[in-house]
Write a protein that binds this ligand. Sequence first.
Ligand SMILES: *[C@@H]1O[C@H](CO)[C@@H](O)[C@H](O)[C@H]1NC(C)=O
Ligand SMILES: *[C@@H]1O[C@H](CO)[C@@H](O)[C@H](O)[C@H]1NC(C)=O
Ligand SMILES: *[C@@H]1O[C@H](CO)[C@@H](O)[C@H](O)[C@H]1NC(C)=O
Ligand SMILES: *[C@@H]1O[C@H](CO)[C@@H](O)[C@H](O)[C@H]1NC(C)=O
Ligand SMILES: *[C@@H]1O[C@H](CO)[C@@H](O)[C@H](O)[C@H]1NC(C)=O
Ligand SMILES: *[C@@H]1O[C@H](CO)[C@@H](O)[C@H](O)[C@H]1NC(C)=O
Length: 475
Amino acid sequence: MEVDHPTSKMRCLSFLSFFVAITVLARVQAAPLQIPDLTQCEIASASAAAGTPLTLYFNCCLPIPSTPMVDFSFDKYQTVQEHIRRPAHTASEEYIAKINKAYKLMKALPDTDGRSFKAQANLHCSFCNGGYPQKGISGNIPVQVHFSWLFLPWHRWYLYFHERILGSLIGDPSFSLVYWNWDDQVSGGNKIPEMFTRVNTSIYDEKRNPNVQPPVVVPLAATTAYNQSESIVTNKNLNNMYQSIVTASTATLFMGGAFRAGTDLSNSTVINAPLGGGIENGVHNGIHYYTGDPRQELLQNMGNFATASRDPIFYAHHSNVDRLWNVWRFDMPDGERFDHTDPDFLNAEFVFYDENGQLVRVLAKDALDSQKLGIYYKKATSDDLWINYDPPAKTNVSAVPAAIASGVPYVGESPLNGTINIGTNFSAIVKRPIEEKPSKSLEVLARPQPRTAQSIWAHSTLFLLQERTETLWPL
Ligand SMILES: *[C@@H]1O[C@H](CO)[C@@H](O)[C@H](O)[C@H]1NC(C)=O
Ligand SMILES: *[C@@H]1O[C@H](CO)[C@@H](O)[C@H](O)[C@H]1NC(C)=O
Ligand SMILES: *[C@@H]1O[C@H](CO)[C@@H](O)[C@H](O)[C@H]1NC(C)=O
Ligand SMILES: *[C@@H]1O[C@H](CO)[C@@H](O)[C@H](O)[C@H]1NC(C)=O
Ligand SMILES: *[C@@H]1O[C@H](CO)[C@@H](O)[C@H](O)[C@H]1NC(C)=O
Ligand SMILES: *[C@@H]1O[C@H](CO)[C@@H](O)[C@H](O)[C@H]1NC(C)=O
């Protein structure tokens, strides 16, 4: 009887199938977001995040050009001239005329053109409000570019192509967006930039909050009362910048947690986004909330994703968010910080229209270096004020017994680990590890993923109880 000896050919085959199996396995495990099938458009919807339940529906389907989609490459989209984005409140009349002309031309394009203002606005609506189901995934799970690590790279790409289209429409390849320097509490950036308030210009939008027009300082957190004195609002703004950016020392805390193919964020909202990062959940949301018109059902336009980018100020707002990503990376007191390195972050795919109206496939990883894309920001010296902010300590000896008496739990005793059930309203007394307030950049109350410390701040009242002296440090 013959014994079966594997021939070298067979051995090769079995090795081959082994490697194929490994590759297939790797492919199943590596699951970055893919570009959806643009022919499979669904009606988008936007719901009230709080208060009376209300859902509105929007047709945000994107035009499909006759030419096939191309892949982005730095060669193909070479930067002819640098795009230098400056603070909107310092713009010259010459620039204001130029940006108005560019938006006028963009608004005059037919809706079927991907470069049109309508299609540009619909890019945001369709990928944020359920316009397209994810590809390669069973079930109908929408693409969602908010509430996770996709937020910053998607919006950087969005502005990149939007700016190229505006520049090409006026024949100026150096045309640059402006940034709304709302974090600037010293030289006038913290108001709606005057250039956007000129009625009937192409960068004006009538659906804006009448209570927050210049000279009113725009609060950076939706919890700030309207009519507090300017010094209180600016101080809170500095604190909010500090909490959203300086204390967000890791990529997850700052830019958000993992979104992979199949991640379903359809239950996330602006007031409950467990995977969202500090920049998004904090100050970014504050600006949307305060710019949107409270007379509209869903704070249109800026106050909800489906309509936000119908207001040209959106692109100036997001230029500042984009700028702050760089500030977070390179200008923090504790040194350089780092983006996510997970392949599912780096290889997430998005699609946009270029200045020829052609669809372009891009990857998140090609957006990580803004200068490589030709985008530069004029340094804002006002950054230092919030980077070096020292949150005020409030000493109130009677507050602790009062909180304990009202049932606020005392968590994290010896050592500092405790289980906390986080509801929508949550308060706790936490013993600080050391008596002195530690290094200002890193005082973060941490909790297990996926929820971040920032979402505690957004929804909770927290006390840090200093041992012995009973000093309260409100976060
Ligand atoms: C804006 O345009 C409308 C409609 O054309 C006009 O009625 C209104 O007077 C204009 N407002 C200003 C301030 O120019
Ligand atoms: C502050 O705003 C609230 C709500 O809009 C209003 O009821 C109140 O009268 C205002 N207070 C002052 C001092 O303006
Ligand atoms: C969304 O919320 C509903 C109702 O609470 C729940 O049944 C569903 O499982 C949630 N879906 C996801 C993806 O979290
Ligand atoms: C101190 O805390 C108590 C209990 O929370 C509160 O009623 C009181 O107004 C606070 N006093 C000051 C000066 O903040
Ligand atoms: C508390 O948490 C830290 C960090 O997760 C861990 O290293 C430590 O062992 C924990 N201590 C206890 C008593 O569970
Ligand atoms: C949460 O806190 C707010 C403000 O203090 C209060 O109006 C609301 O009733 C609280 N909700 C719950 C569920 O306790």
